[in-house]
Design a protein around this ligand. Structure first.
Ligand SMILES: Cc1cc2nc3c(=O)[nH]c(=O)nc-3n(C[C@H](O)[C@H](O)[C@H](O)COP(=O)(O)OP(=O)(O)OC[C@H]3O[C@@H](n4cnc5c(N)ncnc54)[C@H](O)[C@@H]3O)c2cc1C
Length: 392
């Protein structure tokens, strides 16, 4: 067992594993064949269980209505939720610690508390047509102060979950005033005049959460919808990035675990040339490599969580989050590719877990920063802060 694992973390692991195995996994194939959707009463049951566990506030302090879990405990939960395909593990919104630290009382009441109760859902509108990897430098959406309000204009791409959300976190550049050109983050309600859905294109995976393109046409919001201060928007988005990058790494570890489990059982049962395929060295080598790479990614993940929980310098933490997101996402893609291979023709069927993961895990090398961008962040940190800061 990992030396830093706590009793509480193990309890969470057991509890969420049971939820995933008994409640979520049985609906995967249904979701796959129905555009990611499951019957409403089942979705509500999943939401109810997640709410009863307190998952929407897992990282929020107890004083603020959350569970106050460490990052390690949170990622143990996300790791288990990564063991299910078709995004069925996303059955709850998540309030993150940085939101509590930076949102005003009005925002907590109107946006965060309803998320904790799963009465509302959120989505993040950061990326634009011309601002993906270079999100900081190239954002063109603007927020202009007029008559004691902000007027938001711009187009946002790939807004995950907007179809199920009630409001957006919108990243924009301040237009006019002394903070002209600086970044700011806002709450924008989806039902406001001027919020326009342009397109919901289909993607490789089969999720009920769309990745839509939205346009904000002179959308007027109150000044109190600005999170923190003008000029600090990107620092909040970086906090979101770090959290999501750890979450992606955790879900990739969970996915790899599920794949290795399932494909090992299959290999022990499937016969060819008068023997089970598990006895063929070519299959054993694929499984052995997968196990080794999973353990490496998992240890990196837990160490990055420990770094977060012990408040290491945020720049070092940022690089560590990149390291584990990069390694775990590439690891899980290799594991999925091998699993498809071992399943043979069955691995190409949509009812097969490896086929679904093979498509689903591909985006983990793209969203929340591409693998290339993470390599740049790691190399940059190596030059600036030295090797020891990254490997100790
Ligand atoms: C399914 C999906 C869901 C998403 N959900 C959201 C969401 O909810 N909210 C949100 O705001 N965004 C979301 N995104 C956007 C996602 O974060 C971006 O797609 C990602 O950051 C990459 O940006 P891009 O697609 O514009 O690629 P680009 O930046 O155009 O990159 C294209 C290629 O060039 C490479 N490249 C770029 N710059 C460099 C460099 N300096 N050195 C080396 N290589 C480089 C990239 O690695 C990549 O291979 C989502 C994307 C997808 C596909």
């Amino acid at each position: 067992m990992y030396s830093g694992m706590t009793r509480d973390a193990l309890d969470w692991q057991k509890k969420i594993k049971k939820f995933v195995d008994n409640e979520l996994i049985p609906w995967e194939v249904h979701a796959e064949l129905n555009n990611g959707e499951i019957p409403n009463e089942i979705e509500q049951k999943h939401i109810g269980i997640a709410r009863s566990f307190g998952l929407p506030g897992m990282g929020v302090s107890k004083e603020e209505g959350g569970l106050g879990l460490s990052m390690l405990e949170q990622m143990i939960i996300w790791e288990q939720l990564g063991r299910v395909t078709n995004a069925l593990g996303w059955c709850f919104p998540e309030v993150q610690d940085w939101m509590i630290k930076n949102c005003n009382d009005y925002q907590k009441e109107k946006y965060l508390k309803p998320l904790l109760k799963v009465e509302k859902r959120e989505c993040y509108a950061i990326t634009e047509k011309g601002a993906g990897s270079d999100v900081e430098g190239s954002i063109e959406s603007t927020a202009e102060k007029k008559n004691n309000e902000y007027v938001i204009n711009g187009e946002k791409w790939y807004v995950t979950g907007a179809n199920k959300a009630d409001f957006f976190f919108v990243q924009a550049k301040i237009k006019g005033g002394s903070n002209e050109g600086t970044d700011a983050l806002f709450f924008v309600d989806k039902n406001l005049p001027g919020v326009e859905l342009l397109e919901s294109p289909p993607f490789s995976h089969t999720y009920a959460f769309h990745h839509s393109i939205y346009k904000f046409n002179n959308v007027t919001i109150p000044l109190k919808n600005l999170i923190g201060k003008e000029g600090e928007g990107m620092s909040y988005t970086h906090s979101w990035f770090r959290h999501e990058r750890l979450g992606i790494a955790a879900r990739c570890c969970g996915a790899a675990e599920r794949l290795i489990d399932e494909v090992t059982s299959f290999a022990k049962d499937r016969k060819a040339f008068g023997d089970v395929i598990a006895n063929f060295q070519a299959v054993q080598f694929m499984l052995a490599d997968s196990v080794n790479e999973l353990l490496s990614a998992r240890l990196m993940l837990y160490e990055a969580c420990k770094a977060h929980d012990s408040n290491v310098d945020v720049k070092i933490l940022h690089a560590k989050c990149s390291m584990v997101k990069l390694f775990a996402s590439e690891m899980a893609n290799r594991v999925a590719d091998r699993a498809v291979q071992i399943f043979g023709g069955r691995g190409y069927m949509r009812e097969n877990v490896a086929e679904r993961y093979y498509r689903e895990l591909r985006v983990d090398r793209i969203w929340e920063g591409t693998s290339e961008i993470h390599r740049l962040i790691i190399a940059n940190s190596l030059y600036k802060r030295g090797l020891q800061s990254l490997i100790e």
